[in-house]
Design a binder for this molecule. Structure first.
Ligand code: PEP
Ligand code: MG
Length: 585
């Protein structure tokens, strides 16, 4: 039966494929194997299962020799249950199915089957049997651990995404897959950057949560905040993800499939049309030159930024280099190499590297995700975190300074609010230079900028203009902090409003004061890539926009059609309105 689930649209486009439910296990590898690797993958799971069976048998023998105090009867009974689950053919048959029919790698096949069986356990009437789900999860976990430690799977092949046409012609192994999860952290999303998935849907998340931002940067249709999606959709259901309208359609009828197939083709045509603007300079009708820059998360993203015609990188979110490292943060050399790769990847164009901005909805690891902070967005985040750990911060600063030898590098500091933080940051930067001097290590010149993303900073711009070479407006956080709306919380997403008069006042004032002081200013929050806001920002005097590479050509089209001088008068009316959105409609 066809039904739809509504959420928030976060990355444009239409994806049609089979649902892959991620039951909280995103840390296993997901890739397709070659047909010739099927038997070896099945063998890997079988070997894992047999090893765990042996381990449990050994344990049974050990506890058989113990008294009831050291080894209560329940322990032995529990191990029996585990053995029974391990020997159950449903587990291994299911795994074989996913490997043979879908060419999933072994770990992915195992977790998919686990998810399938878990649902059957959930549906059981008998409470005792229902509770065996936890045991099943434990045995699967043991097999996964064994597989990780012993066998090394083949490297995942890249980029096997199929089109709607392929899909309709071929309903076999190679269909597009749509990932459906309760939640995905930014680090999880990063793992999927080169992945096989054609679309993403999560139960939770706001429009400018970092998970949504990474999905957008991958240019893969995505819907977040779809509430109960991961409960309502079953493994392998056909689904359509409509990233334009924020809807997922489950089990679509042939008519709906045809309609969305048509939409997909229209989007392709539009892409082709925009691609022709790639080499056109971004200049308004009245001759104003506009800088269109890229936001990137990893050095490898530089290639896409250049291909999209970016004039440089306006925001390199360096924190993504630090995520999922289980406490082993990259050292100076590793960071230097990463920044250098980004700089060289931009082929002479400038790169603005933002110092690490972790905390809130960007934890370093899964373990830290639910840290018991009452208000993580207001806590030890970004520059506050760096100033609390000067050794870590100095390491990053030295690495960035060294990378500046290889091209034009700007250094951008997030989340500043206090003059004391500004002074502390700049002293540490001087200190980092002195350390490199002492070591006799060469480094380059950098322009230093601050993000304006806390209302307090926007209201005390004088201080920032005094200390910094340039400013960059982080509208995602500026909106969050001005309106007291958690950007990652879908339950208040309807109140997250870039056009709230208070937000516009802060943005307008920052642009105007920078322009008057002759300091360069850009917007690097999601507002910069939103084509419905391009004219307004141009009218407010903005001439530098930094966004996901996938948005650059669409924004350029808006710039080419705009008359900045006429927009300036209109923008003042928008600014004075009680409900600015009505003037943009
Ligand atoms: C912002 O806050 O607008 C921004 C660009 O930074 P981030 O989204 O990484 O917090
Ligand atoms: Mg921010």
């Amino acid at each position: 039966m066809t039904f739809s689930i509504h959420g928030l649209p976060v990355a444009r486009g239409i994806a049609i494929g089979r649902a892959v439910l991620m039951a909280g296990r995103v840390d296993v590898a997901h890739y397709f194997i070659q047909p010739g690797e099927v038997e070896a993958e099945i063998e890997r799971v079988r070997a894992g299962r047999n090893a765990v069976i042996d381990e449990i048998n050994r344990l049974q023998q050990t506890i058989a020799g113990m008294g009831p105090k050291e080894a209560p009867h329940e322990l032995s009974a529990l191990l029996d249950v585990h053995l029974m689950l391990l020997q159950d053919e449903d587990l291994i048959d299911g795994v074989k199915h996913w490997i043979r029919e879908r060419l999933y790698n072994a770990e992915w096949a195992l977790t998919t089957q686990l998810e399938q069986l878990s649902r059957q356990f959930d549906d059981m009437e008998d409470e005792y049997l229902r509770e065996r789900k936890a045991d099943l999860e434990q045995v699967a976990e043991r097999i996964l651990r064994y597989m990780k430690g012993v066998a090394t799977p083949a490297a995942p092949p890249r980029g096997r995404r199929k089109t709607q046409q392929d899909l309709l012609l071929d309903d076999s192994v190679d269909v597009p897959l749509v990932l459906i999860a309760h939640d995905l952290s930014p680090a999880d999303m990063l793992q999927f950057k080169q992945s096989v998935f054609a679309g993403f849907v999560t139960d939770v998340g706001g429009k400018t949560s970092h998970t949504a931002i990474v999905a957008r940067s991958m240019d893969i249709p995505a819907v977040v905040g779809a509430r109960s999606a991961s409960h309502l959709v079953r493994q392998d259901d056909w689904v359509i993800v409509d990233g334009d309208d924020g809807v997922m359609i489950v089990d679509p009828s042939p008519i709906i499939l045809a309609e969305y197939g048509f939409k997909q083709r229209q989007a392709e045509l539009e892409r082709g049309r925009l691609a022709r603007l790639r080499h056109t300079p971004a200049i308004t009708l009245d001759g104003q030159k506009v800088e269109l820059l890229a936001n990137i998360e990893l050095p490898e993203d530089a290639v896409g930024a250049v291909a999209a015609g970016a004039g440089g990188v306006g925001l390199f979110r360096s924190e993504f280099l630090f995520m999922g490292r289980k406490g082993h943060l990259p050292d100076e050399d590793e960071q230097y190499e990463a920044y250098r790769r980004a700089v060289e990847g931009m082929q002479g164009l400038p790169v603005t590297i933002r110092t690490i901005d972790v905390g809130a909805d960007k934890p370093l690891d899964h373990e830290h995700r639910d840290a018991a902070h009452l208000n993580p967005a207001l806590g030890l985040r970004a520059i506050r975190w760096c100033l609390a750990d000067p050794a870590m911060f100095l390491t990053q600063l030295r690495a960035i300074l060294r990378a500046a030898l290889h091209g034009k590098v700007n250094l951008l500091i997030p989340m500043l609010a206090h003059a004391s933080e500004v002074r502390q940051t700049l002293s540490l930067l001087d200190f980092a230079r002195a350390e490199l001097d002492n070591r006799g290590v060469a480094y380059g010149q950098v322009q230093v900028g601050a993000m304006i993303e806390i209302p307090a900073a926007a209201l005390t711009l004088r201080t920032f203009l005094h200390y910094f070479d340039f400013l960059s407006i982080g509208t995602n956080d500026l909106i969050q902090y001005t309106l007291a709306i958690d950007r990652a919380d879908e339950s208040v997403a309807h109140l997250y409003d870039p056009l709230h008069p208070a937000v516009l006042q802060l943005v307008a004032r920052t642009i105007a004061e920078c322009n008057a002081a002759g300091k360069s200013v850009s917007v690097c929050g999601e507002m910069a890539g939103d084509t419905t806001l391009t004219r307004l920002l141009l009218g407010l005097g903005l001439r530098s926009f930094s966004m996901h590479p996938a948005q650059i050509l669409a924004v350029k089209q808006e710039v080419l059609r705009a008359d900045a001088q006429r927009l300036a008068t209109w923008a003042q009316q928008v600014l004075a309105a009680d409900e600015p959105a009505q003037l943009l409609a």
